[in-house]
Design a protein around this ligand. Sequence first.
Ligand code: NAD
Length: 507
Amino acid sequence: MIKAEFDKLHLQELNLGCSTGNQWFAKGQLLTSLSPVDGRVIAQVKTATKEDYEEVMERAKAAFLYWRDVPAPHRGELIRQLGNKLRSYKTALGKLVSYEMGKSLQEGLGEVQEMIDICDFAVGLSRQLYGNTIHSERPEHRMYDQYHPLGVVGIITAFNFPVAVWAWNATLALVCGNVIVWKPSEKTPICAVACQQLLNEVLQDNNYPEGLSNLLVADSTMGKLMAEDPRINLLSATGSTNMGKSVAVTVAARLGKYLLELGGNNAIIISPTADLKMTVLAAVFGAVGTAGQRCTTTRRLIVHKSILPAVKEALVKAYSQLKIGNPLDATNHVGPLIDQAAVDNYLAALNAIKEQGGTFLIEGAQLEGFETAYYVQPAIAEVENHFPIVQQETFAPILYLIPYEGEIQEAIEIQNSVAQGLSSAIMTTNIREAELFLSASGSDCGIANVNIGTSGAEIGGAFGGEKDTGGGRESGSDAWKTYMRRQTNTINYSTTLPLAQGIKFDL
Ligand code: NAD
């Protein structure tokens, strides 16, 4: 059944991981993609070599010279067609995401929906890449600023959102007049081949040249090559904070541009006035959705002491109802972790919690009797915020309970006392608490929500976070500006040459 679905994506002949549009090639080693769901081989793809990379960059540079002059609304038309293509392949691609990454089918389909939504956004954007008109201080002068394409945009993506993060970057970069070079996670190469193939079909329908959209299936050494390469005009990299620190140093050394989307350590503050039913739903989905492998996963609950017993009771009840199992079965809530290394990290974190003085409300464990060894029990631990293990992001379903006793300022202080700054939330019905949380003295994260959990986001808003999360913004609002270069223009239509600031220079 699964195979028939995947054949719909026209993947059957593709065992090459490098593409510049019409053409597929690759001279590197074979990479085998195994499903974390049942351990079966999904497919094998040849990886890209350094030589393949040079070929890709040459075609990308040439394609940019053409694409930058195509009017932006025409570039939007390409993305409109991509959105329609994704609509027709939503089920097949959603299933592939679920099978290769391990998230629930609903979340796999949701990820493809996010791709469709960003296509719609980018189509509208293609007629709105606005600059400002500025009043000049000099008579008979006109000033304005405008945005031009940057060139080649490199995109490095993580395994946990194998298709949506590419689409966030690819659609905006393309309507902004750039060409794209994508290095996906080596853990989810087949999702990448499928996306490239769908965009290739649209490019071919429109007779666009090779090199507009490029794929390089390879490991992190290819990412490092991209970071060093001055021909990459913007490098958008999504992944761990360690990866981001390496990319930032390398790109900064060549004074290049980067956009980083890195790890989170997201908290929900639960005030005594919170609606408990909504709170528990938000916390449980936030903590166990995608088996705790979202950058916006809820990792910490900062709970007022007066309601801690009630919150604990509700959480234990909700966790007892969680169904763990094959994520393609819609009745299951929690699927597997991505691989054995992820399970090892999860188990190491459970040990560290004990060693550092934490106690378990729900004990974690690697589960037996499943199709792979990557299914784990979502855990809840009572801890203190300063524990080293709590300070780091463990990419697994471990939820920390941290009490606060006093006013909301104390909870905000705890929430901000981590290195990461991605997503945050407060559950309260007290307007003063909510407004303080959103104020300059409130949450220091890129995303701050009231009465909604930390997990997931709409594409209309700018997405990203501060501090160790990297500071980048993708997706909606004016995030597109990162993908363009700004130019200020002054035009003198008088017959004299007045200088700015009233300076006189008479010859
Ligand atoms: P990872 O850092 O291991 O890998 C991410 C990508 O970076 C992969 O394609 C990998 O090959 C590449 N890479 C690794 N080291 C590199 C280097 N030194 N130079 C260049 N490229 C390199 O991350 P992962 O395990 O795939 O994903 C999980 C992490 O991603 C979590 O920390 C999660 O929070 C984060 N993430 C963040 C966001 C966000 O928007 N903030 C979204 C998704 C995932």
